[in-house]
Ligand binder design. Structure first.
Ligand code: DX5
Ligand code: ZN
Length: 222
Protein backbone atom coordinates (compact mmCIF):
# COMPACT_ATOMS: atom_id res chain seq x y z
CA UNK A 1 0.00 0.00 0.00
CA UNK A 2 1.51 3.36 -1.01
CA UNK A 3 0.76 6.39 1.06
CA UNK A 4 2.02 9.71 -0.36
CA UNK A 5 4.15 11.83 1.97
CA UNK A 6 2.29 14.84 3.35
CA UNK A 7 3.44 17.98 5.12
CA UNK A 8 0.84 19.71 7.27
CA UNK A 9 2.10 23.19 8.26
CA UNK A 10 0.98 24.22 11.74
CA UNK A 11 -0.61 27.68 11.70
CA UNK A 12 0.48 28.05 15.33
CA UNK A 13 3.72 29.51 13.95
CA UNK A 14 2.05 31.58 11.22
CA UNK A 15 0.95 35.22 11.43
CA UNK A 16 -2.46 35.05 13.15
CA UNK A 17 -3.16 38.60 11.96
CA UNK A 18 -3.01 37.45 8.35
CA UNK A 19 -4.52 33.96 8.44
CA UNK A 20 -6.42 34.33 5.15
CA UNK A 21 -3.23 35.42 3.35
CA UNK A 22 -1.22 32.63 4.98
CA UNK A 23 -3.74 30.04 3.73
CA UNK A 24 -3.59 31.49 0.21
CA UNK A 25 0.22 31.42 0.31
CA UNK A 26 0.25 27.78 1.42
CA UNK A 27 -2.10 26.77 -1.36
CA UNK A 28 -0.06 28.71 -3.92
CA UNK A 29 3.09 26.96 -2.65
CA UNK A 30 1.58 23.55 -3.44
CA UNK A 31 0.63 22.43 0.07
CA UNK A 32 -2.47 20.20 0.35
CA UNK A 33 -3.00 20.11 4.14
CA UNK A 34 -2.96 22.72 6.89
CA UNK A 35 -2.81 21.96 10.62
CA UNK A 36 -4.98 23.90 13.09
CA UNK A 37 -3.83 23.71 16.73
CA UNK A 38 -6.82 24.22 19.00
CA UNK A 39 -5.75 24.76 22.64
CA UNK A 40 -8.16 25.29 25.53
CA UNK A 41 -5.96 26.47 28.41
CA UNK A 42 -6.93 23.35 30.40
CA UNK A 43 -5.60 20.25 28.63
CA UNK A 44 -2.59 22.40 27.65
CA UNK A 45 -1.43 25.72 29.13
CA UNK A 46 -2.17 27.92 26.10
CA UNK A 47 -5.36 29.14 24.48
CA UNK A 48 -5.34 29.56 20.69
CA UNK A 49 -8.47 29.57 18.57
CA UNK A 50 -11.76 27.74 18.12
CA UNK A 51 -14.42 26.70 15.64
CA UNK A 52 -15.62 30.27 14.78
CA UNK A 53 -12.17 31.26 13.45
CA UNK A 54 -11.81 28.03 11.46
CA UNK A 55 -15.34 28.47 10.09
CA UNK A 56 -14.62 32.06 9.07
CA UNK A 57 -11.63 30.91 7.01
CA UNK A 58 -13.16 27.76 5.52
CA UNK A 59 -14.44 29.55 2.44
CA UNK A 60 -11.04 31.11 1.71
CA UNK A 61 -9.16 27.96 0.68
CA UNK A 62 -9.45 24.43 -0.63
CA UNK A 63 -6.69 23.17 1.72
CA UNK A 64 -7.52 20.05 3.74
CA UNK A 65 -8.28 21.25 7.29
CA UNK A 66 -6.41 18.97 9.72
CA UNK A 67 -7.77 19.99 13.14
CA UNK A 68 -5.79 18.96 16.25
CA UNK A 69 -7.94 19.39 19.35
CA UNK A 70 -5.83 19.87 22.48
CA UNK A 71 -9.00 20.21 24.48
CA UNK A 72 -10.43 18.52 27.59
CA UNK A 73 -13.38 16.28 26.74
CA UNK A 74 -13.47 17.13 23.02
CA UNK A 75 -16.73 15.18 22.56
CA UNK A 76 -18.44 18.44 23.59
CA UNK A 77 -17.11 20.25 20.52
CA UNK A 78 -16.65 17.81 17.63
CA UNK A 79 -19.98 18.80 16.02
CA UNK A 80 -18.94 22.50 16.13
CA UNK A 81 -15.64 21.76 14.38
CA UNK A 82 -17.37 19.54 11.81
CA UNK A 83 -19.81 22.35 11.05
CA UNK A 84 -16.93 24.84 10.83
CA UNK A 85 -15.43 22.80 7.99
CA UNK A 86 -12.79 20.53 9.52
CA UNK A 87 -11.87 17.68 7.17
CA UNK A 88 -10.16 15.62 9.86
CA UNK A 89 -10.74 15.92 13.60
CA UNK A 90 -8.02 14.58 15.88
CA UNK A 91 -8.71 14.15 19.61
CA UNK A 92 -6.27 13.27 22.37
CA UNK A 93 -6.58 9.83 23.96
CA UNK A 94 -5.64 11.43 27.32
CA UNK A 95 -8.36 14.08 27.14
CA UNK A 96 -11.27 11.92 26.00
CA UNK A 97 -13.24 9.89 28.55
CA UNK A 98 -14.99 7.65 26.03
CA UNK A 99 -12.58 7.52 23.12
CA UNK A 100 -14.41 4.89 21.04
CA UNK A 101 -17.69 6.77 21.28
CA UNK A 102 -16.06 10.10 20.40
CA UNK A 103 -14.29 8.63 17.36
CA UNK A 104 -17.57 7.09 16.20
CA UNK A 105 -19.25 10.49 16.59
CA UNK A 106 -16.62 12.16 14.37
CA UNK A 107 -17.10 9.48 11.70
CA UNK A 108 -20.87 9.87 11.97
CA UNK A 109 -20.41 13.60 11.23
CA UNK A 110 -18.75 12.58 7.96
CA UNK A 111 -15.24 13.64 8.98
CA UNK A 112 -11.95 11.77 9.03
CA UNK A 113 -11.03 10.53 12.50
CA UNK A 114 -7.68 10.96 14.24
CA UNK A 115 -6.37 10.10 17.71
CA UNK A 116 -3.34 11.87 19.16
CA UNK A 117 -1.00 10.33 21.73
CA UNK A 118 1.16 12.35 24.11
CA UNK A 119 4.82 11.33 24.38
CA UNK A 120 4.29 9.20 27.51
CA UNK A 121 1.14 7.47 26.22
CA UNK A 122 1.82 3.95 24.92
CA UNK A 123 0.91 3.01 21.33
CA UNK A 124 -1.34 0.33 22.80
CA UNK A 125 -3.86 3.06 23.68
CA UNK A 126 -5.08 2.93 20.05
CA UNK A 127 -4.65 -0.83 19.51
CA UNK A 128 -8.37 -1.68 19.44
CA UNK A 129 -9.45 1.52 17.70
CA UNK A 130 -6.98 1.32 14.80
CA UNK A 131 -9.37 -0.40 12.36
CA UNK A 132 -11.74 2.59 12.58
CA UNK A 133 -9.13 5.40 12.45
CA UNK A 134 -7.95 7.48 9.49
CA UNK A 135 -4.90 8.84 11.33
CA UNK A 136 -2.89 8.41 14.52
CA UNK A 137 -0.86 11.40 15.66
CA UNK A 138 2.33 10.68 17.58
CA UNK A 139 3.19 13.79 19.60
CA UNK A 140 6.97 14.13 19.55
CA UNK A 141 6.88 17.04 22.05
CA UNK A 142 4.52 17.68 24.96
CA UNK A 143 1.61 19.60 23.45
CA UNK A 144 1.06 23.26 24.21
CA UNK A 145 3.87 25.18 22.54
CA UNK A 146 5.56 25.49 19.18
CA UNK A 147 9.34 25.46 18.78
CA UNK A 148 10.20 22.63 21.22
CA UNK A 149 12.85 19.96 20.58
CA UNK A 150 11.93 16.56 19.15
CA UNK A 151 11.83 13.81 21.82
CA UNK A 152 14.09 11.02 20.44
CA UNK A 153 12.11 8.02 21.79
CA UNK A 154 9.26 9.10 19.48
CA UNK A 155 11.06 7.21 16.69
CA UNK A 156 10.56 3.93 18.56
CA UNK A 157 6.88 4.74 19.02
CA UNK A 158 6.47 5.43 15.29
CA UNK A 159 8.09 2.08 14.45
CA UNK A 160 5.91 0.25 16.93
CA UNK A 161 2.76 1.95 15.61
CA UNK A 162 3.74 1.32 11.97
CA UNK A 163 3.99 -2.43 12.61
CA UNK A 164 0.55 -2.44 14.22
CA UNK A 165 -0.91 -0.23 11.49
CA UNK A 166 0.45 -2.44 8.69
CA UNK A 167 -1.27 -5.43 10.29
CA UNK A 168 -4.57 -3.89 11.37
CA UNK A 169 -5.35 -0.97 9.04
CA UNK A 170 -2.82 -0.19 6.28
CA UNK A 171 -4.79 2.86 5.09
CA UNK A 172 -4.44 4.64 8.47
CA UNK A 173 -1.94 7.51 8.30
CA UNK A 174 0.77 8.04 10.90
CA UNK A 175 1.26 11.72 11.66
CA UNK A 176 4.09 13.17 13.76
CA UNK A 177 3.83 16.56 15.46
CA UNK A 178 6.52 18.51 17.29
CA UNK A 179 10.08 19.38 16.38
CA UNK A 180 9.85 18.05 12.80
CA UNK A 181 12.45 19.54 10.45
CA UNK A 182 13.93 18.70 7.04
CA UNK A 183 16.91 17.34 9.03
CA UNK A 184 14.94 14.62 10.86
CA UNK A 185 12.39 13.95 8.09
CA UNK A 186 14.28 11.02 6.50
CA UNK A 187 14.49 9.20 9.85
CA UNK A 188 10.80 9.85 10.58
CA UNK A 189 9.70 8.55 7.18
CA UNK A 190 11.97 5.51 7.49
CA UNK A 191 10.34 4.76 10.85
CA UNK A 192 6.88 4.82 9.23
CA UNK A 193 5.59 8.42 9.32
CA UNK A 194 3.32 9.49 6.44
CA UNK A 195 2.48 13.01 7.49
CA UNK A 196 4.64 15.51 9.35
CA UNK A 197 3.34 18.60 11.09
CA UNK A 198 5.73 21.52 11.09
CA UNK A 199 5.26 24.90 12.72
CA UNK A 200 8.46 26.81 13.49
CA UNK A 201 10.68 24.87 11.07
CA UNK A 202 8.27 25.74 8.27
CA UNK A 203 6.93 29.27 8.80
CA UNK A 204 10.27 30.76 9.88
CA UNK A 205 11.84 29.74 6.55
CA UNK A 206 9.99 31.34 3.63
CA UNK A 207 9.45 31.14 0.73
CA UNK A 208 6.94 28.37 1.50
CA UNK A 209 7.33 26.60 -1.86
CA UNK A 210 11.08 26.08 -1.32
CA UNK A 211 10.60 25.04 2.30
CA UNK A 212 7.91 22.53 1.32
CA UNK A 213 10.30 21.13 -1.28
CA UNK A 214 13.05 20.79 1.34
CA UNK A 215 10.74 18.52 3.39
CA UNK A 216 9.63 16.60 0.26
CA UNK A 217 13.23 16.04 -0.83
CA UNK A 218 14.21 14.84 2.64
CA UNK A 219 11.24 12.45 2.56
CA UNK A 220 12.32 11.08 -0.82
CA UNK A 221 9.08 12.39 -2.35
CA UNK A 222 10.65 14.80 -4.83
C1 DX5 B 1 2.23 21.59 19.73
C2 DX5 B 1 1.39 21.62 18.48
C3 DX5 B 1 2.19 21.54 17.24
C4 DX5 B 1 3.16 22.68 17.08
C5 DX5 B 1 4.37 22.18 16.36
O1 DX5 B 1 1.42 21.60 20.83
O2 DX5 B 1 0.47 20.55 18.47
O3 DX5 B 1 1.37 21.40 16.09
O4 DX5 B 1 2.65 23.77 16.40
O5 DX5 B 1 5.30 23.19 16.34
P1 DX5 B 1 6.82 22.93 15.99
O6 DX5 B 1 6.86 22.36 14.61
O7 DX5 B 1 7.42 24.30 16.09
O8 DX5 B 1 7.36 21.96 17.02
ZN1 ZN C 1 -0.58 20.08 16.49
Amino acid sequence: MTRPFLLSPSLLSSDYGRLAEELAALEAAGLKWVHWDVMDGAFVPNITLGAPIIGALRGRTRLFFDVHLMVEEPARYVADFARAGADLICVHAEATRHLERTCAAVAELGKQVGVALNPATPVDAVRYLLPQLDLVLIMSVNPGFGGQSFIPFSLDKIRELAALRDRLNPRCLIQVDGGCTPENTAALVAAGADCLVSGSAFFKFPPYKERHEAFLRAAGAL
